[in-house]
Design a binder for this molecule. Structure first.
Ligand SMILES: [Zn+2]
Ligand SMILES: [Zn+2]
Length: 201
C-alpha cells in the first residue's frame, strides 16, 4: 500500500516512512512512535485548541475521535482534528482505515495509528505512562471509531481533580457523526436497528 497524499494542512509537518508525524506523537530516540501520545503536547493541544495532527488552531468546525467507551464516560480523550487532517488520518492510520491486518509485521511505524496508545502487547515501542483511558482502551478491541463534528462553542475540556485536561466533552448535539470504522459486530447491530425501523415505518 502506498502512502496516502499529504493534505496541504499538514505540508509543514515532518514525515516518517511517508506518513505525517502527528503533532501529539511521542518521540523516542529521535524517532516518532506513532502509537504513543506525548503527554506535554497533548496538554498543550487541549489547552490551546490545537489540532492533534498539524498543531494549528482548530477552526469553527472540528472533529473528535470517539469510541463507544468514550461516549459512556462523556469525553473524547484526544485533542481535536481539522476535517482535512481527519480525512488524512483515516487513510494513513491502519487502526482507523481497518487495514491493520494487511500491514507488514515488524514495522513499528506501520502498526501504529496516528497519535494513539499502542495496544499491541508484542510491540517493541517504548511504553508511555499508562493513562486511565489507555488502560480502558487496552482492554477492548480497537474496532469501532466514529468522528463527531463539533463547533467552536462546543469546545469544552473535561478536567480531572487536579485541574489537568483529560479530554474534550462530548455534547448531546454533535453537528454530525461520521462512522470511521465499523466492526462486523457493530455492523450487524446497526443493520438490525435499520431493519427494525423499517418494520415500524
Ligand atoms: Zn490539522
Ligand atoms: Zn507499540
Amino acid at each position: 500500500m502506498s502512502a496516502p497524499a499529504i493534505p496541504a494542512a499538514c505540508a509543514h509537518r515532518p514525515t516518517h516512512g511517508g506518513l505525517v508525524v502527528p503533532y501529539v506523537s511521542f518521540e523516542h530516540n529521535g524517532l516518532p512512535v506513532f502509537g504513543g501520545l506525548d503527554p506535554g503536547k497533548r496538554a498543550r493541544a487541549f489547552e490551546n485548541g490545537l489540532c492533534q495532527i498539524c498543531a494549528r488552531p482548530l477552526e469553527r468546525l472540528f472533529y473528535v475521535l470517539v469510541r463507544p467507551q468514550d461516549v459512556s464516560v462523556g469525553y473524547a480523550p484526544e485533542p481535536g482534528l481539522h476535517p482535512p487532517c481527519l480525512m488524512y488520518s483515516e487513510k494513513a492510520c491502519p487502526m482507523l482505515s481497518g487495514a491493520s491486518a494487511t500491514y507488514r509485521q515488524g514495522s513499528v511505524i506501520a502498526r501504529h495509528p496516528a497519535g494513539r496508545p499502542c495496544d499491541n502487547p508484542d510491540c517493541p515501542c517504548p511504553a508511555t505512562a499508562p493513562t486511565v483511558e489507555s488502560q480502558v482502551r487496552a482492554g477492548r478491541k480497537a474496532d469501532d471509531w466514529d468522528a463527531w463534528m463539533l463547533s467552536t462553542p462546543q469546545y469544552e475540556l473535561r478536567r480531572d481533580a487536579d485541574g489537568k485536561a483529560v479530554g474534550i466533552q462530548l455534547p448531546s448535539d454533535p453537528k454530525r457523526i461520521r462512522r470511521v470504522r465499523v466492526s462486523a459486530e457493530r455492523k450487524r447491530a446497526l443493520d438490525m436497528i435499520a431493519a427494525l425501523l423499517e418494520l415500524g415505518a
